[in-house]
Design a protein around this ligand. Structure first.
Ligand code: ADP
Ligand code: GLC
Length: 465
């Protein structure tokens, strides 16, 4: 079976969040079972060393002809393709800058989707696996070209749908009569790319079983709950995992000292050094951390609301993240005020690993969470997650340790009282040092890899052929 996996970000070439990690883990895990190719846009910052120019295509969208060049790179047994075109490549970042999203994103990612389809046909793949709205027009282009290639469309986060003014469709050359209606692209008079992926994909997946249920409700559906309910026969939730070779505290080069579950004293040394470097005192205090995009989804408002009470407790807090300017400013102000809180406004891959390795607890009070990867990384590095009982967090972290792998602390209702009570329970548990150590060790030895999920995707592919 030949499969082309298309994503707007694949680690290490481009990363803004979990989509990148999961795309890389996906490529690695499935490579042995199918003939697998990956494709992503050639952003301006992608390192071109070792790449080969393969071929070029021309796409005429209305009156303008766009040149698209396809580059390839082989990494071990993996084959990657990169789509280069001035409209994609000339932008500095992936999706936008301080001013907001790029205004030509509809066009940039429509072109990317058209190029994916051309490549899929040329590679003669059986399955085209698409991810999120950036690739969601591909099933429409395949249909227009009467292709037999089957599509799997994965939704990583329903909060991002790719909604644009309808005028864009004519520019992209999409037949509005055929596709601009409520059963496909139309969404309150605007064009919603994600809807095309859902309507026209042969199978739809999302990244945890709980999220697959939640998105069919008004609370989590972002206006698409009815549409998803209509397509529920082809919707399935498959839990993400992580690349356990990439995220391995015993081998991680970002760490000064490496360790495994039998050498937890080394983790403690990392913690001491980390606190010293980041201006925090007293290593006996439990260290809570957060590594996150600072957006509403991640529960930042709840954290800000409870921060004064939290920082009066006998803890240290370290937050690594960037995002909404107002959140950043408020964290900066609080960090000035409290000596047990450090805020690092950055996106820093290396530092993130040092943070996980130093931490006792990871805070993940997400308002909603399709899957979440931080909790897996944290557990692998011996930090116990404290999570809101929602989406993929519900499926991967349990306070009741009889429920198998993934021990942590969980609060049900998204409110200050329950969040703070959950932190109190975590602190009480930490005092029982022998039991706590066993919990940490058990988490570190759990299998959070993508291997079993990859098998589920494989079965799904087979069911489509
Ligand atoms: P999302 O994709 O919604 O942001 P995930 O939990 O799926 O959330 O994945 C987040 C990934 O991004 C994790 O690998 C996490 O460690 C990483 N990450 C988030 N913020 C930062 C940051 N400021 N610096 C480094 N890594 C970060
Ligand atoms: C999205 C979600 C996150 C998920 C990731 C990878 O960014 O917000 O929960 O883990 O995609 O699927």
């Amino acid at each position: 079976m030949r499969v082309l996996f298309a994503s707007s970000e694949i680690f290490p070439y481009a990363k803004s969040g979990g989509l990148s990690d999961i795309s890389a883990a996906f490529m690695k895990s499935l490579a042995g079972d199918v003939e697998l190719f990956g494709v992503m846009p050639m952003y301006s910052f992608v390192e071109k060393r070792g790449m080969k120019k393969e071929r070029s295509f021309q796409f005429t969208f209305t009156s303008t002809t766009h040149e698209v060049e396809i580059y390839s790179k082989t990494k071990g047994s993996l084959q990657y393709y990169f789509i280069q075109s001035p409209i994609i490549t000339s932008r500095e970042n992936m999706y936008g800058d301080a001013e907001g999203d790029y205004e030509d994103n509809a066009f940039r990612f429509a072109l990317f989707s058209a190029a994916i389809v051309a490549l899929a046909k040329e590679l003669k793949v059986d399955i085209l696996h698409l991810n999120d709205w950036h690739t969601a027009l591909a099933p429409l282009f395949l249909k227009e070209q009467k292709s037999e290639i089957k599509t799997v469309f994965t939704i990583h986060n329903l909060a991002y749908q790719g909604i644009f003014e309808a005028e864009n469709l004519a520019r992209i050359g999409i037949d509005e009569k055929k596709y601009f209606h409520p059963e496909c692209l139309e969404f309150y008079k605007r064009a919603n790319f994600l809807k095309a992926g859902i309507a026209l994909g042969d199978a739809i997946t999302t990244v945890s079983p709980s999220y697959a249920n939640e998105i069919r409700s008004e609370q989590y559906g972002f206006g698409l709950e009815g549409f998803l309910e209509h397509h529920k026969e082809k919707l399935v939730g498959i839990l993400n995992g992580i690349d356990t070779e990439e995220f391995n505290p015993a081998k991680d080069k970002a760490l000064a000292l490496r360790y495994d579950s039998n050498k937890l004293e080394v983790k403690h040394q990392n913690k001491k050094e980390f606190l010293r470097q980041h201006g925090l005192k007293d290593p006996r205090k439990p260290l809570f951390v957060m590594v996150s995009r600072l957006v509403e989804q991640k529960g930042v408002e709840l954290l800000l609301e409870t921060l004064p009470q939290l920082l009066e407790m006998r803890i240290n807090l370290f937050i690594l993240g960037e995002g909404v300017l107002e959140y950043e400013k408020r964290f900066e102000a609080m960090a000035q005020e409290y000596e047990n809180f450090t805020f690092q406004r950055a996106y820093d891959e290396k530092l993130s690993r040092q943070v996980y390795s130093a931490a006792d607890f990871l805070l993940m009070p997400s308002l909603f969470e399709p899957c979440g990867l931080n909790q897996f990384i944290a557990m692998r590095y011996g930090a116990v997650p404290l999570v809101h009982n929602v989406g993929g967090l519900h499926d991967s972290v349990h306070e009741d340790d009889s429920l198998g792998c993934g021990s942590g602390f969980v609060f049900d209702n998204f409110c200050a009282e329950e969040f703070l009570a959950c932190i109190e329970r975590a602190l009480a548990a930490k005092k029982q040092s022998k039991k706590f150590k066993e919990m940490v060790q058990k988490n570190m030895d759990c299998d959070f890899s993508f291997t079993s999920s990859a098998k589920e995707y494989l079965r799904l592919y087979e069911s489509l052929l």
